[in-house]
Design a protein around this ligand. Sequence first.
Ligand code: GNR
Ligand code: NI
Length: 174
Amino acid sequence: MTVKTILTEPNKILRQVSLPVEKVGNEERQLMDDMLETMYDAKGIGLAAIQIGVPKRIIVMDIGNREKEKEPMYFVNPIIKNKNSEHSTYEEGCLSVPNQFAEVNRPSTCEIEFLDYNGNKKILNASGLLATCIQHEMDHLEGILFIDYLSKLKKMMIVKKLSKQKNKIDRIIV
Ligand code: GNR
Ligand code: NI
């Protein structure tokens, strides 16, 4: 297992639409292992493959208590079967939008069909943080970031801040 570099906004790769996985094989499992290690290392609760530059429809998550045992979840080719017309608001963050947080409104519950780590078809009824997180991750598969839901001004301020931070880092390296 390897910790990979997480791409950050404004990197165009994050805007790619990810492609369905044909078969959950060893290559995909290796990718999921690396994604999970990268996610734990960055102290996140979810990660989509595109965040480490791989345009495949694969997500890993662990919304369990960090002090307790790990509870990894794997989603390959997830599809939303149903979503609640009732919405709820969560303060969201994203490993690809470091240190920025904002409230986002999403369906409060949803039903997801997906393939698990072993390629078996599963159905999950998600609510609460689980529902929010899976929808946030599935947005990544479409090249969508949570800042896309904010007002133009709020989004601009965040992107500008991140661009400045990136320039600083680049200057240090050069
Ligand atoms: O670590 C994360 N926390 C989080 C908090 C609220 C809503 C969504 C998330 S997902 C985020 C990790 C991430 O960027 N996944 O793509
Ligand atoms: Ni994210």
